[in-house]
Design a protein around this ligand. Sequence first.
Ligand SMILES: Cc1cc2nc3c(=O)[nH]c(=O)nc-3n(C[C@H](O)[C@H](O)[C@H](O)COP(=O)(O)OP(=O)(O)OC[C@H]3O[C@@H](n4cnc5c(N)ncnc54)[C@H](O)[C@@H]3O)c2cc1C
Length: 433
Amino acid sequence: MPLSIAIIGSGPSAFYTVGALLKAGADCEIDVIERLPSPFGLIRGGVAPDHAKTKNVARAYERSALDEKVNYYGNIEVGRDVTFEDVANCYDAVVIAIGSALDRPLGVPGDGKNGVFGAAAFVGWYNGHPDFRDLDPDLNTEGVVVVGNGNVAIDCARVLAKTSAEMAATDLADHASEAIQASPLKDIYMCGRRGPVEAKFTNVELREMGELENCAPVVDGNHLPDSITEKMDARDLRVREKNLQSLRSFVGASGEGKDKRIHFAFYSNPVEVLGDEKVKGVRLEKTEVQDGRAVGTGEFTEVACGVVISAIGYRGEIFDGVPFDDSAGIAVNENGRVAPGVYAVGWIRRGPTGVIGTNKHDGDRAAAQILEDFTESKNPGRAAFEEILIKKGVRWITYEDWQKIDAAEQVAANPGAPRRKFTRVEDMLAVLD
Ligand SMILES: Cc1cc2nc3c(=O)[nH]c(=O)nc-3n(C[C@H](O)[C@H](O)[C@H](O)COP(=O)(O)OP(=O)(O)OC[C@H]3O[C@@H](n4cnc5c(N)ncnc54)[C@H](O)[C@@H]3O)c2cc1C
């Protein structure tokens, strides 16, 4: 009997695990269980709509999904539609690949005001993730503060800054496109507690901020050191030196004829969100970096804004039956092993770090561990799982169903755009009815 393996989640870490199991030629049945009808996790719901090439990696995942050993069970949330125990009882091995879907809270007074959003929510909104379809941020404001100095912060700023022509060939959700283009937004402040050397931007993403059609970068030249003195490995040093080059090229950018500005507010720690019920601004404390840590100087400024997007990191949550490290926001695991026959991969294993490819190591490791731990199958697998789904009245979709939804999105796309996304689960399912 083939080994029965369930993978919960269908993002990069899930599909790298599938790929490694297939590559190993294992005699197995692999079932990928995903809470949304649509697969691929943050490739669809996180990666910025104007970075279409990055999403091409999903083609390789699709090849795995179409392998005869693999079944896709979309629209099934473990913890809502079935329990983890249901899954664990059916399969020999269970791989948890559910990512880190929650925002880390800003954690300053006023962060619950109307107009403060976490990046997971804001990105989900512009990417048409059904969970955030009705977020409805009020962009009728001239100022937005984005807290964070990483690529997610840059994604949020760039999507807000680009013109409709720059976004025309993307799959930006219609509701987001309309709200952004109708907005009188002029100033986007990207606040980082530390400086340009510590910022986590990658080179291409930062450079792009100097090439926008209707938005000019604003950088204070006094924030840029002549050289990097901090100790770091050669690769990091190269990335940061190139970032400094980009930032230097932004200093004094005229911005003439451009309606929007992106302010790189380094050494700025948000200490309070201002306003009554609704956000009116952010109070920032100037900082200095001492031994790599940001230390407040007691000097404060305020910036006016109607929206705050906090891009300071993600955390996971988990269903009952799996040990969870609440402070780290990850599944308790030792090198990916959670319990006998239970493994974790990707962001839920190690936290929200790394690029798409970083998850491949996790997938390779989990596949190797499963094949090391099991020489024979003892659990019934797929047939028993489907019996539970039928008994519980759960409607699931197959990969072939997803391909129909995918095709409908592509047919509905604007000229040049890859797709027009369905943003509600019921609309996706209606394609199949
Ligand atoms: C905004 C943003 C932009 C990014 N852009 C880039 C980029 O341009 N380039 C790059 O290299 N990396 C990028 N990354 C990082 C990359 O997306 C991650 O490294 C990667 O997606 C993590 O993979 P994962 O499988 O752990 O999680 P995810 O991709 O989050 O996948 C988890 C999957 O599990 C499903 N799931 C969750 N809970 C359940 C449940 N209970 N039952 C069933 N299914 C469940 C989710 O719906 C989801 O499909 C970005 C990340 C973010 C947040």
